[in-house]
Design a protein around this ligand. Structure first.
Ligand SMILES: NC(=O)C1=CN([C@@H]2O[C@H](COP(=O)(O)OP(=O)(O)OC[C@H]3O[C@@H](n4cnc5c(N)ncnc54)[C@H](O)[C@@H]3O)[C@@H](O)[C@H]2O)C=CC1
Ligand SMILES: N[C@@H](CCCCNC(=O)[C@H]1CCC=N1)C(=O)O
Ligand SMILES: [Mg+2]
Length: 259
């Protein structure tokens, strides 16, 4: 499980504004519209309790404050609890929070105390980044490439198959590829084939996972993967729209998912 670093979270609001502009240009919708489309829900100033968790690698200095920024960006009433862990959870529930946000090193959840709905960051991130890629206005077909079929990528591929896209995928882990081919019906991407895509979802923890042969002249690369999988030179040469940021889009998806 690749963990965020405080550096990843610097200038978060700026990163979100920049990505929202790219998303609007590339899809005609902003992040809130896209989340509303995915879940059929809206946000209405809900109270959000953010509970720091000290387990495992411990508290990431600006993680909770980043969540507070995100909840406020989407018009919700967020608050970070004074204490972490069980004491913090008790504080949030006693303060009548509608939604609890908290993460250990493995799972990051949004839990709606009023309707019981619960959502994880990795599934919500996969789904929202997949949805963004799939709404590219200049797509040349329903072909979409998914690079990385881990917890995030697999959820994204599943969402795209459900939405009737022709989902090609690549992951070096053979078992994962076999599972995705059998369970999702994805088409294994063959690098030998000269098949260039106008929509790419990348969800790997490695750089340079996107090669020249994968991207069409005009392409939307939607990637939650950290670090960026798109090599600098390809990004400059082709007309590529890049949607990439470390946390906010996935959290927006979690909030809409539990309404
Ligand atoms: N931006 C955001 O909001 C979020 C970002 N992340 C990031 O997304 C990335 C993926 O997270 P998870 O799915 O939880 O990780 P994971 O470890 O479950 O899955 C990663 C997958 O990528 C595959 N992979 C590695 N190198 C590859 C390559 N060259 N080509 C194709 N596939 C390759 C691995 O075989 C593995 O199946 C991580 O960097 C994580 O930090 C995760 C959650 C939210
Ligand atoms: N326990 C810590 C938070 C740990 C979050 C680890 N999870 C990640 O880094 C995932 C979430 C999005 C991308 N990676 C705290 O409360 O400060
Ligand atoms: Mg995100």
């Amino acid at each position: 499980m690749a963990l965020l670093t405080p550096q990843d979270l610097e200038g978060l609001t700026k990163q979100l504004e920049c990505n929202n502009n790219t998303i609007k240009k590339a899809t005609g919708m902003d992040i809130a519209d896209i989340c509303k489309q995915i879940y059929g829900t809206t946000l209405d100033g809900e109270k959000v309790g953010i509970v720091p968790i000290t387990s495992g690698n411990g508290i990431i200095t600006n993680f909770s404050s980043s969540l507070l920024t995100i909840t406020e960006y989407f018009g919700l009433d967020g608050a970070v609890t004074e204490h972490p862990d069980v004491t913090g959870y008790y504080e949030a529930v006693s303060s009548d929070a509608d939604i609890i946000l908290m993460a250990d090193d493995h799972i990051f959840i949004a839990h709606n105390m009023k309707n019981g709905k619960i959502a994880t960051n990795h599934v919500c991130t996969g789904v929202v980044y997949a949805e963004i890629a799939s709404r590219y206005k200049y797509a040349d077909s329903k072909d979409i490439l998914v690079i990385g079929l881990g917890r995030v990528g697999y959820a994204g591929a599943q969402h795209l198959v459900k939405r009737d896209f022709d989902v090609y995928a690549y992951d070096p882990d053979r078992e994962t590829m076999e599972k995705a081919r059998k369970e999702l019906g994805i088409i294994p991407y063959d690098p030998e084939e000269e098949h260039k895509f106008s929509m790419v979802l990348e969800a790997t923890p490695n750089p340079n996972t996107i090669s020249e042969g994968m991207v069409a002249e005009r392409c939307l690369v939607s990637t939650p993967g950290i670090p960026c999988g798109l090599p600098e030179d390809i990004g400059e040469r082709n007309e590529i729209d890049l949607v990439m940021e470390p946390l906010m889009i996935g959290v927006a998806s979690m909030l809409y998912a539990v309404m």
